[in-house]
Ligand binder design. Sequence first.
Ligand code: NDP
Length: 249
Amino acid sequence: MRLSERVALVTGASRGIGRAIALALAAEGAAVAVNYARSRDAAEAVVAEIRERGGRAEAFQADVSDGDAAEALVGAVEERLGPVDILVNNAGITRDGLLVRMSPESWDEVIATNLTAAYRTTRAVLRGMLRRRYGRIINIASVSGLTGNPGQANYAAAKAGLIGFTKTLAREVGSRGITVNAVAPGVIETDMTAALGEEWKRRMLDQIALGRFGTPEDVAGAVVFLASDAAGYVTGQTLVVDGGLTMTA
Ligand code: NDP
């Protein structure tokens, strides 16, 4: 197992991509903090699944869009599981709409959850990582942040911000044995994309080289790689996991 003795915190791990990441990190031997905001039963089910397979996990409630709660989450995890070696900033929401109709509330909510939360959790784990001269920080961005997407000005701004944050922090802490990377998924089948229309899905499928939407496990595989020693010389990167949807130059 590649991650024995490591402690991982995955935000938004009760459902979808975060859930798959938590299960995959645990399968590699990491003790996993499963964060959730509202879905307590789902988070407990993830913990139970990990424990049934002989792994170590605990659920932690915290709404990371509240900066103080995000920071307190790290304290609670470190108290119960030990210092965080691997932080996966995955919690995210969409509040789609064309910019002319986008309310300040939906702008603020998306930026707080997808971007500011990562700043707060990262800053909180960083002190310990700097002391221990080891750390893996993985931010779940989106191809929306790379290419833009109509109706997602708030979300694309947050995800592009996360990519800039990733590159900057990689430069700041690289000399201390800490890597910082982003993963940019394309269209992944989760609750977040379930409500998108059939016509939109058909048009997207035509543009995906692999001819299928992604699974949460597709994204989790990339995260496990970035968390592992195999990626020890990879930092400041954005690993696109989109089945060949974007392929930017
Ligand atoms: P889901 O909507 O399926 O799940 C979202 C998860 O985030 C849930 O576990 C939810 O917890 C948690 N969450 C939401 N808000 C908060 C909050 N304020 N505090 C703590 N946890 C929160 O989303 P996905 O799994 O699809 O998305 C996961 C990440 O991947 C997001 O960052 C998303 O932007 C990104 N992504 C997704 C893509 C896709 O196609 N699905 C494509 C590109 C990127 P709870 O259930 O408790 O609310």
